[in-house]
Design a protein around this ligand. Structure first.
Ligand SMILES: *[C@@H]1O[C@H](CO)[C@@H](O)[C@H](O)[C@H]1NC(C)=O
Ligand SMILES: *[C@@H]1O[C@H](CO)[C@@H](O)[C@H](O)[C@H]1NC(C)=O
Length: 407
């Protein structure tokens, strides 16, 4: 090759790497410039915290942080007082129910799925001083929260178990970003996670929530030492959940076991022991870490940043029908495609293909609620028709307008 061609190729590569570098940090720099002073005076509002969260959760590392919240929830199953309640509800025992519960949990809680995280917690995207007079309200986050509060009220959950779960939601995303992400979360972002989840905890009526990031960390470590102990219910509940998550992986060549072992490598030692899972070899750990680190290296240095947010909840303003929120559909689906609309033509072929390749277990249809979900109906199937009035009233109170009925 002519030297000049090599020069041009090298220059192009270097130019590309520089473009990646500057674009990757552009949104980060803008957000940090905007909120630095508010952070320094420890003055972030929950709404501002939510905007800071969106940077990492929906643009910079949506898949990783989504996984971190799934594992945060998973980690609570290593506490017998929590796994006993879940085992007793029987929601996790039958395949149908667990897939449905998983889909609902993803919509209600898990980022990138979280309606709480995705939708404005005060009902409007902007604070009153920045809001246009004809801005449309978005009550979804508080309807989801009210529904979760209503569902929780049916079970004897201790305040400490609530506090622990809440702490994990605030702490696990920064931990995962530091361990596996293409960048760590900044102090401002860690603080934003704390502010946001503290506010959610208060709106859930949780008492004695630790009042800083450091206190949350200390509190949850102490709690783990005391309460995260081995129990059969931990193992059972974790097992059902892992089976659902690994549904698409075939048994052939020991693939399923391989991925099951990888998922064990992602657990911290106390969690693994409390879930009665076998210790993994050093090379399984090496494969796990190596894979994550390779992905994050490629992302950081070679990939252009995401241009639109990635969230299972549609982040555009919700639609209203006859004065109440229209049914919604997630943006992607689990192996049992709950809430996936039935389609015709090309969409139908795509669904068929997904079923043939084992990605979906069956075609979308009315039996899987292809019409979509209402947040106030989510939860175990037998309470689908209960509590909706009450949930909408509670949501209205959370949004500061008691007459609120979802419109
Ligand atoms: C998974 O881990 C178990 C227990 O450590 C081990 O017996 C098994 O061979 C592993 N399987 C694979 C595919 O790595
Ligand atoms: C709205 O209400 C009207 C009259 O009650 C009904 O006929 C119509 O189907 C409703 N539309 C939707 C989308 O629910």
């Amino acid at each position: 090759m002519e030297p000049i061609v090599i020069d041009i190729a090298c220059a192009a590569v270097v130019l590309y790497l520089c473009v990646v570098r500057s674009l990757r940090w552009r949104r980060y720099n803008a957000i940090h410039a905007e909120y630095r002073t508010r952070f320094e005076s420890k003055n972030l509002t929950p709404e501002e915290a939510q905007k800071i969260l969106h940077l990492s959760a929906y643009y910079d590392m949506p898949l990783l942080l989504g996984t971190s919240l799934s594992f945060a929830l998973f980690k609570t199953y290593a506490v017998p007082s929590i796994s006993k309640i879940l085992a007793a509800t029987r929601e996790l025992k039958s395949k149908d129910r667990i897939s449905r519960r998983y889909a609902d949990t993803e919509i209600l809680i898990c980022t990138p799925a979280a309606t709480w995280v995705a939708c404005p917690i005060s009902g409007y995207l902007d604070l009153p001083d920045k809001r246009s007079p004809d801005a449309q309200p978005d009550p979804r986050a508080m309807i989801a929260l009210a529904r979760v509060n209503w569902l929780h009220s049916k079970y004897p959950i201790s305040n400490d178990d609530f506090v622990y779960t809440l702490c994990l939601f605030a702490l696990e995303p920064p931990t995962w970003a530091a361990r596996y992400g293409w960048r760590s979360l900044s102090n401002i972002e860690c603080y934003a996670y704390f502010v946001f989840w503290f506010e959610i905890g208060q709106r859930m009526g949780i008492r004695d929530i630790p009042d800083s990031v450091e206190n949350m960390r200390a509190w949850s470590l102490k709690y783990e030492k005391e309460c995260m102990v081995p129990a059969q219910t931990n193992k059972d509940v974790a097992g059902y959940t892992t089976d659902e998550l690994l549904h698409v992986i075939p048994e052939t060549f020991g693939l399923k076991n391989f991925f099951r072992n990888i998922s064990i490598c992602l657990l911290e030692e106390p969690v693994r022991i409390a879930m009665l899972q076998p210790m993994q070899s050093w090379y399984m750990h090496a494969i796990t870490r190596g894979t994550f680190h390779t992905i994050s290296f490629v992302q950081r240095s070679l990939c252009l940043p995401r241009r639109s947010p990635k969230s299972v909840v549609n982040m555009e303003s919700p639609k209203f029908e006859n004065g109440s929120l229209a049914r919604q559909h997630p943006v992607w689906w689990q192996s049992k495609p709950w809430y996936k609309p039935q389609s015709s033509g090309l969409g139908y072929l795509k669904d068929k293909l997904a079923v043939l390749s084992g990605f979906y277990t069956e075609m979308p249809g009315p039996h899987l609620k292809s019409g979509g979900y209402r947040l106030e109906e989510l939860g175990p199937i037998h309470v689908e028709r209960s509590g909706q009035e009450q949930v909408l009233r509670m949501a209205g109170e959370l949004l500061g307008c008691p007459a609120f009925r979802g419109h």
